[in-house]
Design a protein around this ligand. Structure first.
Ligand code: GDP
Ligand code: GDP
Length: 492
């Protein structure tokens, strides 16, 4: 879905319609055994969690991330339990404190868990102190877990609450991650906070004068590019990577502190730093599952989340034989890349195996078919290569970089509003009397580009209108292969 939930003041936000990358992030934090993992599991239900391997001090720790579902609320939730695996008494959060601080920076809110049964422990005080120091801009909500165990009357809840209040983060919400008791109270506290956060994203822009923003694009697009090659086993990903790396200065190898599986490949291309995301994952799989033809969607999903640009590799010979250019799995991956807000480049490999007639047919048919199968994005670049012969590898990297630059694009409000004037007159409105009034148009963020249309009056932009604006924006500013989002905000 390209069109995000419509933000209108006075109307509740439909969180289920907000794209994942715009959702607020909530960290679960607290000393070991307070029930962070239990709460995490309850919040994400049986949904899939992403595990980040965070290398530190030669030990890999896992931070789990998932999309929490609490009533109609949705947010990203991070479970920091893995971070304290080695926290020894005395040094709360152990040697991972710095890492936790980094993780905290990715978050908008933190749920600080304490244990109702144990009462306040010295370690809770340490966590509190630490949070106060490291999370000044982050709203902290205290949660008193295992509250179902306080069954000896109301009095014990009250005394536990007032004890916890001394930490200075307000009254804790008593709940039980295990039984689900009190989850509705958590909802009541979180809803207004998360909603306020969503409105802020849009508000920030309203008074921002971003006249000079085009000049910073070059700087931003110089930041390291995270690239993921995805595709079924045997389509030629390893061969292609080797072909690309041969020419350019290469830096391959396990870094100190990374586990053996986490080989990071980093290289320069035309003065840019490129990080290959999770190359080891498929390198390893290719070795162990030779002949397997399915593409692990779960595995690829992880890669997608970390990549700026996703390069989907197809096997040209199979494309020429099959009725469709892409298998079901490949379409799912491509769509997901776009939904997750990544840039997409499609690579058709093994073109050396095709005789001339077939070659031409494939080159003609594939871009059209891809457009039909992934209508959400226009102009997805398709590159035809032979990794084995080293043909087209430069083209691959150039397309990747072009896509990345588009992904970093920033357009000034002035330019966008000149564009808006023209484009609004091009659109045939359903009923001209009830034409929505777009007062102005502005870019809220880049990477990927996200825009807000400020609409006044009674009429809102319909999905058709938003689709029209999105398509025009992409065409007029040449944003092929990247997801572009337009949000709508009512102004009075
Ligand atoms: P973490 O180290 O903070 O991630 O804590 P865990 O989620 O691993 O929980 C530690 C222990 O507390 C486990 O034995 C859980 O079963 C237990 N636990 C978690 N939540 C509750 C709860 O709400 N009530 C009770 N009685 N036990 C809980
Ligand atoms: P991966 O599983 O996607 O990493 O695929 P590999 O790079 O291991 O390649 C699988 C097989 O396809 C190997 O036997 C390669 O030699 C072969 N291959 C890769 N690229 C090409 C190509 O451009 N042309 C031809 N003819 N074979 C290729």
């Amino acid at each position: 879905q390209l069109i995000d939930a419509k933000f209108e003041s006075g109307k509740p936000i439909e969180f289920s319609k907000v794209s994942a990358h715009l959702l607020p992030t909530v960290l679960l934090i607290g000393r070991p055994n307070v029930g962070k993992s239990a709460l995490f599991n309850r919040l994400i239900r049986r949904r899939e969690a992403l595990v980040y391997n965070t290398p530190n001090d030669h030990v890999t720790r896992d931070i789990r991330e998932g999309i929490a579902k609490l009533g109609d609320l949705r947010f990203k939730v991070l479970d920091s339990a893995g971070l304290e695996a080695e926290a020894s008494s005395g040094s709360v959060l152990g040697r991972t404190a710095e890492m936790t601080a980094n993780v905290l920076r990715m978050c908008n809110f933190a749920l600080f868990l304490i244990d109702a049964r144990d009462g306040l422990q010295p370690m809770d005080l340490d966590v509190g102190k630490w949070l106060r120091k490291h999370a000044p801009g982050i709203k902290i909500i205290m949660v008193m877990n295992k509250a179902e165990s306080l069954d000896d009357g109301f009095g014990s809840v009250i005394s536990a609450v007032s004890e916890a209040r001394t930490l200075g983060f307000g009254d804790p919400i008593p709940l039980s991650a295990e039984t689900g008791l009190g989850m509705n109270d958590l909802y009541e506290v979180l809803r207004p906070l998360l909603e306020e956060h969503m409105f802020q994203i849009v508000d920030e822009v309203a008074d921002e004068t971003n006249e000079d923003c085009e000049s910073c694009v070059e700087e931003e697009s110089k930041l390291p590019l995270q690239l993921a090659f995805v595709g079924r086993p045997n389509v030629g990903k390893s061969t292609l990577l080797n072909a690309i790396l041969q020419e350019d200065r290469v830096l391959v190898g396990p870094e100190a502190g990374l586990t053996r599986d986490s080989v990071r490949v980093e290289f320069e291309f035309e003065g840019r730093t490129i990080y290959m995301v999770d190359t080891a994952g498929w390198l390893k799989r290719t070795k162990s599952e030779k002949g397997a033809s399915s593409l692990s969607i779960v595995q690829s999903r992880k890669n997608l989340m970390r990549a700026h640009v996703v390069a989907l590799v197809l096997d040209g010979q199979e494309v020429s034989k099959a009725r469709k250019s892409m298998t079901h799995d490949e379409i799912v991956i491509a769509r997901r890349a776009i939904e997750e807000g990544r840039g997409l480049v499609v690579i058709v490999n093994k073109m050396d195996l095709l005789e001339e007639r077939l070659y031409d047919r494939v080159v003609q048919a594939v871009p059209k078919e891809i457009q039909m199968m992934i209508p959400q994005v226009t102009g997805i670049p398709v590159v035809f290569v032979s990794a084995l012969e080293g043909k087209g590898r430069i083209d691959v990297m150039q397309e990747v970089i072009e896509t990345y630059k588009k992904w970093c694009l920033r357009l000034s409000t002035a330019r966008l509003n000149r564009w808006l004037l023209k484009v609004m007159s091009r659109h045939s409105w359903k009923d001209s009397a009830a034409q929505p009034k777009v007062k102005y148009f502005t870019q809220v963020k880049a990477r990927p580009p996200t825009f807000v249309a400020f609409v006044s009056g009674k009429v809102r932009l319909s999905d058709t209108d938003l689709r029209f604006l999105t398509r025009s924006l992409k065409e007029d500013f040449d944003m092929g292969g990247i997801p572009v989002r337009i949000l709508q905000r009512a102004i009075v």
